[in-house]
Unconditional design. Structure first.
Length: 184
């Protein structure tokens, strides 16, 4: 598009077409680069790996939040764990868009799927790591509560570990341009 205000239409151009009566009508056609993976099985394997890692991160996060531990109720530990809900929402949205992507993606599918999943995953990983470190600090400051806090700590560590694995997986498998732009 000539105006760059909306990323949803990045790569689209108005193309004139004649109908049966000879009238000119303009249609939007995608003319830019197509993203994806050279091998179809690589994309499928990446989707099959990203889905369980994200589900594991979500389940462990919510089980940890439902665990009645004293450390989880501390304000300094609750803030990063609650702030993590915002990028977590974008990770889930990015995963859904990534799972629905076909073999070749338009730019908007790349932005809404892989790129959103990766970028929100990095922010989420930082917040989960801060949350985990604060729980470890709490246990070090209160070693007598170790027995009560171990469940909370294990689920926080599992959630952070799953998100770390997802971010590393996405970083090692970036999509490429598989088809060049159509020039008119």
């Amino acid at each position: 598009m000539s105006k760059r205000g909306d990323r949803y239409f990045d790569g689209y151009q108005r193309v004139p077409e004649r109908d049966a009566q000879g009238n000119v009508r303009y249609k939007l056609r995608y003319m830019d680069e197509w993203y994806g993976y050279e091998q179809a099985d690589r994309q499928k394997k990446l989707k099959l790996a990203a889905c369980p890692l994200t589900l594991m991160m979500l389940v462990c996060y919510f089980i940890a939040q439902l665990n009645p531990s004293l450390g989880g109720m501390m304000r300094y530990m609750a803030i990063p764990s609650l702030l993590a809900l915002v990028p977590m929402m974008f990770v889930v949205i990015g995963l859904v868009n990534f799972l629905m992507a076909k073999q070749k993606w338009e730019k908007r599918v790349y932005y809404a799927g892989y790129r959103r999943l990766f970028r929100a995953g990095i922010v989420l990983l930082i917040l989960l790591a801060v949350w985990l470190v604060l729980e470890i600090v709490f246990i070090c400051m209160n070693p007598e509560l170790l027995g009560e806090e171990v469940g909370y700590l294990l689920f926080a560590a599992a959630s952070t570990g799953a998100e770390t694995a997802l971010v590393i997986l996405l970083q090692k498998n970036p999509p490429r341009v598989v088809d060049g732009p159509t020039i008119r």
